[in-house]
Design a binder for this molecule. Structure first.
Ligand SMILES: *Cc1c(COP(=O)(O)O)cnc(C)c1O
Length: 373
């Protein structure tokens, strides 16, 4: 038997989630965020399944080139822009769009001597205080950019929200106020919303035309990542509650079964002790596959479709499950689902004290990826 640990990626779930984004952001164009190997789901299969998006966004030039080599001709946006002048040559050669957020990057553009005309997304800081030009420098930045010969028109604007997952967060209200007063009145394309904002802030997502005489924040491009993978960005609300389908199912199989007598313990550190004579299953997945070691005993998995609790510490290659109360007759070879359909990764992340982003991004290279319809 080959090692049965695999992540199954559903194309139909990915495309249904893209449709969910479009329904939540009518009139907006969609930049599908596929950075970090498409949040651990596999860059190229995901990008192909999402081919009806308007654009892709990545964090690394290498990922952008992989999209081009796969024949995808969509706009591809480098979320942190060029980090060195050589990135501009690659961007020129492969027609990549650039987020520009710093004076250093303006300097690189000023020194660029090639023939390209770059499509720019000028990123302004409205309160996240991570990347972006200070809002007070808006006019100065724009006039500097307009003096550059390597820049295509029209210019586009973007900013990022720090607290969009909490509806009515005062910080979000402050950011939206700044967006309204400085960015949204310029008649430029504007991108504000990540997944959380797509779900919580429909008022930020109206096209300029729709919002012309409404006191709203026109934003005509959205930048969802997490929700495309069928994961809810909202605390306490799983994918199903917000109309998303999980795209990844992380599974393995039982490779051993054993009886453990009352008082005997299981696993490293002897942290779990049988309170009764128990049936324990050993499954072929561990932290070496990206299943977090911090998950406590009691965390659910699905063994042949039935919930069963983890027993003891996660090892590198294996984990133990208490099957004493399993309603069926577990046998070696039974499927053990770690998250996915029927077992929200949101719940597992919560049990680990992590966020679902970390879990799906943390799937390791030895896990077989399987793409299904
Ligand atoms: C990663 C990223 C996104 C996507 O965020 P999600 O929460 O996954 O939707 C959007 N915008 C920027 C700038 C990002 O870095």
């Amino acid at each position: 038997m080959t090692r049965p640990t695999r992540a199954r990626i559903s194309r139909s779930a990915l495309s249904a989630n893209l449709a969910r984004v479009r329904a939540a952001a009518p009139g907006c164009r969609v930049i599908a965020v596929v950075k970090a190997n498409a949040y651990g789901h596999g860059l190229l299969p995901v990008a192909r399944a999402l081919a009806r998006t308007d654009a892709y966004a990545v964090a690394r030039v290498e990922e952008a080139l992989a999209l081009r080599e796969a024949g995808l001709a969509h706009p591809v946006l480098l979320l942190e822009g060029p980090l060195a002048p050589a990135d501009l040559d690659q961007a020129a050669r492969f027609h990549l769009d650039l987020v520009i957020h710093s004076d250093e990057q303006l300097g690189m553009l000023a020194h660029y001597r090639g023939p390209a005309r770059f499509t720019l997304w000028l990123k302004f800081d409205t309160g996240m205080h991570r990347l972006g030009f200070p809002l007070e420098t808006f006019d100065a930045v724009l006039s500097r950019v307009k003096s550059l010969s390597c820049v295509a028109r029209p210019l586009r604007l973007m900013t990022h929200l720090a607290c969009a997952e909490e509806r009515d967060h005062p910080h979000t209200r402050r950011q939206l106020e700044r967006i309204r007063s400085t960015l949204s009145a310029r008649g430029c394309d504007l991108s504000v919303a990540n997944s959380a904002a797509v779900l919580t802030l429909p008022e930020t997502l109206q096209s300029p035309r729709a919002a012309a005489d409404a006191p709203t924040t026109p934003c005509n491009w959205v930048r969802p990542g997490l929700m495309l993978y069928g994961i809810s960005p909202l605390p306490g609300r799983d994918a199903g509650a917000v109309g998303l389908l999980p795209a990844m199912t992380f599974e393995t199989r039982l490779i051993a079964l054993r009886r453990v007598a009352t008082g005997e313990s299981v696993g490293y550190g002897a942290t779990w002790t049988a309170a009764r004579d128990s049936l324990v299953g050993i499954a072929a997945a561990g932290y070496g596959d990206g299943y977090p070691r911090g998950l406590p005993s009691g965390t659910p998995v699905l063994v042949d479709g039935h919930r069963a609790p983890l027993a003891g510490r996660i090892s590198m290659d294996m984990l133990a499950v208490d099957l004493t109360d399993h309603p069926g007759t577990p046998v070696v070879g039974d499927t053990v689902r770690l998250w996915g359909q029927g077992l929200p990764v949101e719940r597992i992340a919560e049990a680990a004290g992590m966020i679902p982003y970390e879990l799906v991004c943390g799937i390791t290279q030895r896990v077989a990826m399987e793409v299904v319809d």
